[in-house]
Design a protein. Structure first.
Length: 455
């Protein structure tokens, strides 16, 4: 009798039992639906498998019959040809009708008086060895139609058409569908029995859990778990108003949660500000590094590569040429009589002339060529994938471009170019030496010319 006086416990028990019942129903329904869906998928797979097997057998049968008929055509045995058609139609339960049409559209063999075949079928529409498959309806039942070209030797002779019944496939699919429905009903019955057993066995446990003290503890546990994951749940007014130890525990927990949330918000704000500062600083450093890297490899006057960068590229190009046996050439260019420019117009004008010549050379080069200031009024050009003839043509184009350019001094200006090409076991020092020798020869023989130095 004491148990019946504790109304809160019984209310909780009733609520918990209803919850369990609802969950059980939902789980049971989900189980049945999942099982039904699984069976439905299996049914569709089996149906497709049956259809594929049926189609494969029909194709193989058509191919086999076509081969036999073509053999008889090759032997000009037309009586045996007709016997094969009628025999094949008679002995196969799945074949409704067979007909053969020649390339003029005339029906040569018709296994029955049925007019299943379509209006005259002209082989020109199916003039390859591939099978043509289609589906039709005959007496309200689906049938499979397969067409195959017949050849006499290498010449198209006609078309073989077989009409297959799919009644057997329909029966198998229907039987499997009924079996699936029986399995679903059995699964539903078993699930209901399991649900009832589960509810009966779980009622005593539900009673012990649905007590006045369990709910606050569960609530605090959930809130503690959420708090550990960074989620701050609202206060529980009902439990917090209690006067016992649970109420005091709830109020203490609320205060702790509030302090943690304030600290978390401040920390999040600090982290955001710090990330912004780090990102800004990182972008600045990256920009500075790019600028420093550019300055370290760029000639300050001409804005071309400096000698340090050229030597690095030169070494890499020699290694690549050795590895892949690829040709490349170097062009050493020198401004003719540049000392006269400095002596006549001053070094500032001379620097301007160097910048103008560097711009002309850079604009005239190909995208794959690499140019830099080698020193003083000398420029070095590394030409990848370039043999002697190509290097000579390029050098002449550079020389001509400078010769026909109008400079700020209003005086003509020319350049001399020495060329060397890579050979096996060559080095950068050797190539520069040969190019410098060729350049000296160009200067000796009157300047404003291109000279090649052989290996």
């Amino acid at each position: 009798m004491k148990l019946f006086k504790e109304q809160i416990r019984w209310k909780l028990l009733l609520l918990f039992s209803l919850l369990l019942l609802g969950i059980s129903i939902i789980l049971t329904a989900q189980h049945v639906i999942s099982y039904k869906n699984m069976l439905q998928e299996t049914f569709e797979e089996q149906k497709l498998l049956l259809q594929d097997n049926k189609l494969l057998r029909a194709k193989n049968h058509t191919e086999s019959l076509a081969i036999q008929l073509e053999n008889e055509l090759a032997a000009y045995n037309f009586s045996k040809f007709s016997e094969l058609v009628f025999s094949d139609a008679a002995k196969s339960e799945n074949i409704i009708h067979i007909d053969v049409v020649d390339k003029s559209g005339n029906v040569i063999v018709n296994s029955s008086n049925s007019k299943l075949h379509e209006s005259p079928i002209y082989p020109k529409n199916i003039n390859t060895n591939t099978l043509q498959v289609s589906e039709q309806t005959y007496n309200h039942h689906p049938i499979l139609v397969i067409k195959k070209s017949l050849y006499m030797g290498s010449e198209l002779w006609g078309v073989l058409t077989l009409y297959f019944s799919q009644t057997e496939l329909e029966k198998k699919v229907l039987n499997y569908s009924r079996q699936m429905e029986d399995n679903v009903h059995q699964s539903l019955y078993q699930s209901l029995i399991s649900m009832v057993i589960f509810l009966v066995l779980f009622l005593p446990i539900a009673y012990s859990m649905a007590t006045h003290i369990s709910n606050p503890i569960i609530d605090l546990t959930k809130r503690a778990e959420e708090l550990s994951n960074g989620n701050f749940m609202p206060k529980s007014v009902e439990i917090g108003n209690r006067k016992d130890e649970l109420g005091k525990l709830e109020r203490t927990f609320d205060k702790m949660s509030e302090n943690l949330q304030n600290s978390y918000n401040r920390l999040a704000l600090y982290n955001t500000q710090l990330e912004q500062m780090v990102q800004t600083r990182t972008l600045e450093l990256e920009a500075k590094n790019i600028e420093l890297e550019k300055l370290s490899i760029t000639d300050k006057l001409t804005q071309l590569y400096n000698r340090v960068k050229l030597e690095e590229v030169f070494t890499d190009q020699i290694q690549a040429a050795r590895r892949y046996n690829a040709p490349f050439s170097v062009l050493l260019c020198d401004v003719d009589l540049f000392k006269n420019v400095n002596d006549t117009f001053g070094h500032l004008v001379g620097d301007k002339v160097l910048v103008e010549i560097a711009a002309i050379l850079n604009a005239t080069l190909r995208e794959t060529d690499i140019i830099g200031r080698w020193g003083g009024e000398e420029f070095l050009i590394i030409c990848r994938e370039t043999d002697q003839n190509q290097a000579m043509l390029l050098a002449e184009r550079l020389r001509s471009a400078v010769e026909h350019q109008t400079f700020s001094t209003d005086q003509p200006q020319t350049i001399s170019i020495g060329i060397s090409c890579f050979s096996s076991n060559d080095t950068d020092v050797a190539m520069i030496k040969r190019a410098d020798s060729a350049l000296y020869e160009a200067k000796t023989f009157g300047r404003n010319r291109v000279v090649f130095s052989p290996c």
